[in-house]
Every structure is written in C-alpha cells, then in structure tokens.
Design a protein around this ligand. Sequence first.
Ligand code: ZN
Ligand code: ZN
Ligand code: ZN
Length: 391
Amino acid sequence: MTSPRGRPAIPLERYAERLAAARSIAEESGIAAVLMGVGADLRYLTGYVAQPLERLTMLVVPAGGPPRLIVPRLEAIPARASTAGAAGLVEIVPWEETDDAIAIVAGLVRESVGVSREPLRVAVSDRLWATFVLALQAALPDADVGLASAVLRRLRIVKDADEIALLRLAAEAADRVVAAIAAGPLVGRTEADVAHEVRDRLVAEGHDLAEFAIVASGPNSASPHHEASDRVIGAGEPIVLDIGGSLGGYGSDTTRTLWVTGDDPAMGPDEEFLQIHGIVHAAQRGATEAVAPGVACEQIDAVARAIIAEGGYGDRFIHRVGHGIGLEGHEDPYLVTGNSAPLEAGMAFSIEPGIYLEGRYGCRIEDIVVCGADGPVTLDQTPRELLVVPG
Ligand code: ZN
Ligand code: ZN
Ligand code: ZN
C-alpha cells in the first residue's frame, strides 16, 4: 500500500514556475487576467483543492500584477494552508457573506489593466459554472471572455517528473486492484457488488478517490461506458473491467478483459471472442509502439483503427483510441482523427482500443502511456492477454 506520507509531492518551486508561466503566456496573448474557479486549473497553479460551492472561489492571475485567491471567509483557513497560499505565492483575499464576490474580482481585473489595454480580454477556466461566467460578463460588460485552456493547455499537457511519478503510482495501484479482482470470486456476484469491491480496493491501494468502476459482464461488455448493474455474472462470459480514480490528484485508468469459466473449463471463450480480443490486443500494442515525440495524435488512433479494420471489425471500434490524463481523468491531448498536433515528451494519455458487438459481447484493453524522449513508457503492467479465470 502507498501511504500519503511516502508519496512524491509537487515541490513548491513548481507552483511558482507555473504561476509565472501562466502570467507570461497571458501577457503575450494579450489577456488581461486569467480567472480560475474551483478545479484542476486552480489545483495546478496553487495546490489548493477546494470544494465546488455556490460561493465563489477564484484565482485571479493578472498579466501585470500579483496573483490573488478570492475565497469565501469560511474557506480562508484551507486556502491559506494550500501550497501556494502558505508560501505567499498568492495573496488570499477573503470575502464576507454580504460582499459581492464577483464585484471584487471585476475590481481586481480593472485595477490590473493598464489604461492602454484595449479591448479588455479575460480568460475563465473551462469548467467554471455558468452562474459565475454570466455574472462576470455582467460585471465586465466590455470584456471579451475566452477560455483559460488557451493559457494553461500548453503547460498542463506536458507532465514533469513529479507528475509522472504520481501517474505511475496511481497506475500501479490500479494494476493491483485489477489483479485482485481477476483472482475472483466473480461468478454468482452482481456487477454492482464487484464494482463496490473495486472502489474499496482503489482506496485501500492509495487512491484518494475511486472515480469509476466499470464492470461490464456478458452482453453488457458491448457498451463501453456500461454502468455496473444488478446483473449476476455467469460462467462462460466476458467481463470488461475499466477502473480508475485519483492519487495525489493524478488519475489512473486501466481496462482489462477477462473471461470467467466457472467450475467448467469447457465454458471457455468461443472462437470469435478469441479473435476479437487478439485483434484488440494487436491494435493496442501497435498504437503504443507508434508513440514517439513528433508523431501526430491522430496517427496513434489511425494505427489502432487500421489493425481493427484489417481484422474486419472497423465499424465496431466506436470511440477514439485515447485521451490525455493528469489532474483530470480526460484532458488534452485527445488521440482522435482530426487532432494533428504532435506528441511531445511528457504527454500522458490512455491507449484503449475496443471492439463492441452489440447484443453479444465486447472487449477493450487500456493502458496509460507516457510519451518518452525515445518512445512509449507504459505505466500499466498487468498482462494484456485475455485473462481466462475460473472465477
Ligand atoms: Zn471511457
Ligand atoms: Zn478507462
Ligand atoms: Zn480511458
């Protein structure tokens, strides 16, 4: 098990660098201020993990001034205890219950804008609630409001060594859970019961949050995002197990496909299932091997898609091959047709091809892969072969 104490943490200097980089990208993009609500952007820049509330919490990073974190008075203590707050990298500005927090933010934006800055451009975090966005627009009617990802995307998309260390710990913890679940028992239990065990084990293995536990048995395995149900797992059917959560803020996300035989070895996988699993395995391996700096994101998808099409199941691979992962479970870069952006060393993403035969069954194999300087670094290490288990 991994204790939070022994866990690598993002060092303080990194937050100072990130805040400075966000400020200079804003400056060079002509953005007067970047406004971040509760969420991954705020955590990335300050280490502050806040609850999303109707009361406004907002980090204001002006192009031309010091960053300030506006928080409801009752949240001032945790805000001050955050890495950036405790080190004085951001000034904590508490607001009272009767204050107009939006007006405070608007005032800070105005204050930081030089008289010459025209038009007024601000960027808000992509996941900021509509209630706050509309109120900000009303308070800054002359502002052109864009997305903070324009500023933060290129910072967050490339992971540093400490972030990769956390992604690796999360992957290793998820791998141990996959191995424990595959060891059974499975037959006779409901998907929901197994999903509950997955969540408990993710936390026991060091995750802060067990975010999802897809346990898709029998025909349910043909639905990529199946919600674990009361269906009882039977002998002679596959299970797609897709699990993950976050550890130290960084996500795990891995999928393995099992086949449960029960007591009867004759209840093993049929020919077609062995075939589709073999194709998915080849596609997953081929796509992973194609990872290198400079290769277009869409090319990784294309490699997997070509192998599956060659196998005769091109129309049954119904989703992109992968998504970036970091402080959010799905983030840039997306490995999908149309994304011609090149991979860079330090990018982290899933590679998860699948084949889904509706009404019958499906399979998927997923690893988290980091683009290394010389090629792929695969974080998930459980065997990718079809796991035929007595269950
Ligand atoms: Zn998914
Ligand atoms: Zn997944
Ligand atoms: Zn995924």
